[in-house]
Design a protein around this ligand. Structure first.
Ligand code: ZN
Length: 359
């Protein structure tokens, strides 16, 4: 079957395809309805969970889509496809697919949640000392100007380029994407409290994952790295048993944000670490599988434009529609070739995770 058939045009279609595939595979379905937010067409939003395999399984392969909402086109297609193509589950093992953990961002084609929060920066203790990001503070106005005219874009890009010249590309990327807790209307904002999506992820951990002894967790992302290439970003500290296990399972081409070998900046408050912390005692092997679509400069520009649109612009305008189309194209390679590439790598990683869990 052509893997493109598993991918969807929008959130509602993605949810339908996922639930149909789960039912056809004989999985049990659970729904976490979002009562406080709706999609752009008024559609209901939820995180859905499919459990395939024995209900008492002590080994779980857990997949997660749409942590960064707009990136959900990719992860949802992979989840639906792996339910359709029939992974062979070893004994005492279940597949747990968590669909659209940030359904608002998926439906509205935003990276962030309805609280304008980057869910992968939100798993911090908000009543403690929050990480500082002086680089972001310095660039805040240039990153998120109140105007998004051609002139404003030229002016602010020059400010960012100048920062890059003075501090280097890595520090520029860290300033922009490393996460910040000072500008609630900005980008890569970690929030002032736990978001609905964080609370839902932790409820799922409590209600579905807490009995497992061994978990392999794969969180699907897009927007960094070469076109169609899946970077295996390991969340565990480089000297830890989790990192060594991930290398055994996934191979030597794994990367680490804390080692600086990843295309991603080193971040705190990510979802995988947050879920791991909620499951003490379990053997947890977490990986973000990050697929490239467009060059990073264009990706950041698309995120800046989207942030401007939701704070200052009009969604129902030509400029609004253009910005949304660009967001979609930035986080989703909506062509057969890209889907084929990402799906093959996703299935390979899932098979490796399953044999790792069995070992
Ligand atoms: Zn992402």
């Amino acid at each position: 079957m052509n893997p493109s058939t598993h991918f969807a045009r929008d959130y509602a279609e993605a949810r339908g395809k996922f639930r149909d595939a789960a039912r056809d595979a004989g999985a049990r379905l659970f729904t976490y309805a979002h009562d406080d937010a709706k999609g752009p067409g008024g559609e209901a939003l939820s995180t859905d969970l499919a459990w395939l395999g024995p209900s008492e399984a002590s080994r779980l392969l857990v997949t997660i889509s749409a942590t960064h909402g707009a990136e959900g086109f990719c992860g949802s297609g992979v989840q639906t496809g792996s339910l359709r193509t029939g992974l062979t589950l070893p004994p005492d093992t279940a597949l747990v697919a968590i669909h659209a953990i940030n359904p608002y961002g998926f439906a509205w084609i935003r990276r962030v949640t309805e609280e304008n929060v980057d869910l992968n920066r939100n798993f911090v203790a908000h009543d403690g000392a929050l990480p500082r990001n002086e680089g972001y503070d310095e660039l805040a106005e240039a990153l998120c100007p109140a105007e998004w005219s051609e002139a404003a874009q030229r002016r602010t890009r020059a400010i960012l380029a100048d920062y890059g010249k003075r501090h280097g590309a890595a520090l520029l990327q860290r300033a922009i994407t490393g996460g910040q807790y000072t500008h609630a209307d900005g980008i890569f904002y970690g929030g002032a409290a736990a978001t609905w999506s964080r609370r839902t992820a932790l409820a799922i951990a409590r209600e579905h994952l807490a009995r497992a002894r061994k978990l392999a967790v794969i969180d699907y992302h897009t927007g960094l790295g070469p076109y169609g290439h899946g970077e295996k970003i390991i969340i565990h500290p480089p000297a830890s048993a989790g990192f060594a296990r991930a290398r055994d399972w996934y191979g030597d081409n794994i990367t680490s944000t804390s080692l600086g070998t990843s295309k991603s900046a080193d971040v705190v408050g990510d979802l995988l670490s947050g879920v791991e912390a909620a499951l003490p005692g379990a053997e947890f092997t977490g990986m973000a599988l990050e697929y490239g679509v467009l060059p990073v400069d264009e990706t950041i520009d698309a995120v800046r434009a989207d942030n401007w649109l939701h704070h200052h612009g009009a969604l129902d305008s030509q400029q609004g529609r253009d910005i949304k189309a660009r967001m979609r194209a930035t986080f989703y390679g909506d062509v057969d070739e890209w889907k084929q590439l990402i799906f093959e790598q996703a299935l390979d990683a899932q098979r490796r995770a399953l044999s790792g869990l069995a070992g």
